[in-house]
Ligand binder design. Structure first.
Ligand code: AMP
Length: 262
């Protein structure tokens, strides 16, 4: 695997690969890699000739300075995992290479940026837009692979690609989970033993919440989720919402025919 630090080097290499007729798959990450990330590498390897992964903890998408400082960083282990997975190129830049100057661009993601993570983390999706546009314009992949764990982010990235007229197909891939059902996440290592045990209640309550939703509707499902969270010592509910899976419109009434995301 080639490890490159400069976007210029990536641009030159990719252009050579494309001249040879090879297709490029891209997996952008913030590192502290786990099998969820590796599943994206595998999708890319199945669907394209050359797989590029990026590891960059993007400062502009953190609206909380302490979260940025404490974000896990495990570069040696990441390189090993990527090599074992057969990734071809890793782009691992310094902040200066991605942002030679302050990025003051403001994107308009409309409604998408006002709800759920957008409402809770002001500026977060704008920062995602900044870094993803720079990475996509540098790597110029045919396909980029993103995790449905960050469902709203996938929609934001699709909107960005449309706005900037980028020629890339965004592929949403399934969520990989731990044996107890918790979605794999780089931040899970920040949970202590007790918190990690408690976190396993999330997929369980979501499953049951789903059944309550179908039987009794959204209000009852919300009540159920709030009541379960209230019994878990280290857990606080930010939100539980049921949305239209196509638009992320927040729903107040359950329609079994509508595809939902919650
Ligand atoms: P991150 O490093 O957290 O920015 O994630 C990089 C990419 O990996 C994003 O597209 C995430 O949605 C995806 N990802 C993270 N965790 C998982 C998971 N458990 N299953 C599938 N994809 C994931």
């Amino acid at each position: 695997m080639l490890v490159l630090r400069k976007i210029k080097e990536i641009e030159e290499l990719i252009s050579l690969k494309k001249q040879k007729g090879q297709t490029i798959g891209f997996v952008p990450t913030m590192g502290a890699l786990h099998q969820g990330h590796i599943s994206l590498i595998n999708y890319s390897k199945q669907q394209t000739d050359i797989t590029v992964c990026s590891i960059f903890v993007n400062p502009t998408q953190f609206n909380n300075a302490s979260d940025l400082t404490h974000y896990p960083r495990t570069p040696e282990a990441d390189i090993k995992l990527l090599e074992e997975a057969g990734c071809d190129i890793l782009y691992m830049p310094e902040v200066k290479d991605v942002y030679p100057e302050n990025d003051t661009r403001k994107f308009d993601f409309g409604y998408l940026d006002t709800i759920l993570e957008g409402a809770k983390r002001p500026g977060h999706f704008n920062g995602v837009g900044q870094v993803v546009s720079i990475l996509l314009e540098g790597v110029k992949p045919h396909k980029a692979f993103c995790g449905s764990k960050d469902y709203q982010q996938v929609m934001v990235v699709k909107s960005l690609v449309k706005q900037l007229n980028l020629e890339v197909e965004i592929i949403a891939c399934p969520i990989l989970r731990e044996a107890d059902g918790l979605a794999m996440s780089s931040r899970n290592v920040r949970l202590n033993e007790q918190e990690r045990l408690e976190a396993a209640a999330i997929p369980e309550m979501m499953k049951l919440g789903n059944q309550i939703l179908k039987l009794y509707g959204i209000a009852e499902a919300k009540k159920y989720i709030s009541s379960v969270v209230a019994t878990i010592p280290n857990m606080k509910l930010e939100y539980y919402e049921v949305c239209d899976a196509e638009t992320l419109e927040l729903l107040s009434e359950f329609n079994p025919k509508q595809k939902q995301f919650h």
